[in-house]
Design a protein around this ligand. Structure first.
Ligand SMILES: [Fe+2]
Length: 375
């Protein structure tokens, strides 16, 4: 890296490296400076775009819903494997079971930051910033505009993907004025894994990048390999936070869901429910109370362990408890929870402040009688 930014940075052959500023909110928020072997602008051709807009069946839902996430069919291709189930203007919740690594093309989401929660499988996410090794329980956070390739170790992969149309950040109440995570936060900088092993691929050819924008995939052919950086610095890059590194906040009596909050964006939050000791007041009821979420749709994705407040829960299941009606523990589970010392549950929750719309893919995997399961 040159000592000063925006100055000459020469290659061994005397030519210049190509500097690129990747900036967000215009020039007002986080950014990175990347030094490429070749300009990132050398487009050879653009093929016809492909429409991948989720097929919304209804944007008006007033019913508790339950989906069998693992009923989503595995697909060889990473992009085709992505099935949007619950969407609105702020967020898309997507399930995917890709069998093969994406090696023939690159992918860039220009619409949304992506949080890829790895339920099953392991591998490496490659980008111009370096490599991120991922496995069970990792949240891979990929800021929009990042060209990446996902490589899997094997064919059995289950991903729960959140596409956020505004930046994914840590909760504001856990950050000081300089952005550092505070002492009472359930995780800290040491838990965040940044890209490593930067490999500079200086190659000329035809490199296909599927760029997603406004629900369309634009097949761009570039003349140089997208991972041609010799170096970069800055605060805009993909990273990983593992759900297993989330330190649960517990209390004498039932703690509200915000103690599980991990990320936030405009109009929604992502929370992590992890194994933890139960409430320790002598008369505590560990199971949650009935709850009328007056102004958020609550989505719970069940990962592992047993789920104390629900019956018949399987791994990969999604429940949606919408704005407008109360939800609560299933009959018998409140009494059963009394005296329990700990839970092994692992789940990811997405609470949206605007109603979610249900897609064709959601109806395909729905358990239709769930709304009567409290009888
Ligand atoms: Fe709730």
């Amino acid at each position: 890296m040159p000592h000063k930014r925006h100055t000459q940075f020469k290659k061994p052959d005397g030519g210049l490296y190509s500097e690129q500023l990747v900036s967000t909110e215009g020039f007002s928020n986080v950014y990175s400076l990347i030094y490429h072997c070749h300009p990132p602008t050398a487009v050879k051709k653009i093929d016809e775009p492909i429409d991948v807009t989720p097929k919304v069946v209804t944007n008006k839902n007033m019913q508790h819903r339950c989906y069998n996430g693992f009923a989503v069919k595995p697909e060889n291709d990473f992009i085709q494997s992505r099935k949007a189930v619950l969407v609105n203007a702020d967020v898309h919740i997507v399930l995917a079971a890709p069998k093969k690594s994406a090696t023939k093309y690159f992918y860039k989401n220009s619409d949304a930051d992506e949080v890829i929660f790895v339920h099953e499988g392991a591998g490496v996410l490659k980008s111009i910033f370096g490599e991120l090794k991922f496995g069970y329980g990792d949240y891979i956070v990929i800021p929009r505009g990042t060209i990446y390739q996902i490589h899997f170790d094997g064919p059995d992969n289950r991903l729960f993907i959140v596409e956020s149309f505004t930046p994914i950040v840590y909760p504001k109440r856990y950050r000081n004025d300089f952005g550092q995570l505070l002492e009472h936060a359930p995780f800290c900088e040491r838990d965040i894994r940044a890209p490593k092993n930067l490999e500079t691929i200086d190659k000329k050819g035809d490199f296909l990048v599927y760029i997603k924008k406004q629900g369309m995939l634009y097949p761009y052919h570039y003349a140089y390999h997208p991972f041609d950086a010799i170096g970069w610095d800055g605060c805009h890059y993909p990273y990983i936070f593992s759900i297993h590194d989330f330190e649960p906040i517990t209390g004498r009596v039932h703690q509200p869901p915000p103690v599980h909050q991990t990320f936030e964006a405009h109009n929604f939050v992502i929370c992590s429910f992890v194994p933890r000791m139960y409430d320790y007041h002598p008369k505590a009821i560990p199971a949650p109370y009935n709850h009328s979420n007056v102004d958020s749709d609550e989505v719970l994705y069940y990962v592992d362990g047993d789920f104390m407040s629900r019956k018949h829960v399987e791994r990969g299941m999604i429940t949606l408890h919408p704005i407008g009606i109360p939800h609560g523990p299933h009959p018998g589970t409140v009494e059963k929870s009394i005296g329990a010392k700990e839970t092994k549950e692992l789940a990811v929750m997405v609470d949206t402040f605007k109603p979610l719309w249900l897609t064709e893919q959601a109806f395909d995997i729905e358990n239709p009688d769930y709304h009567k399961s409290w009888l």
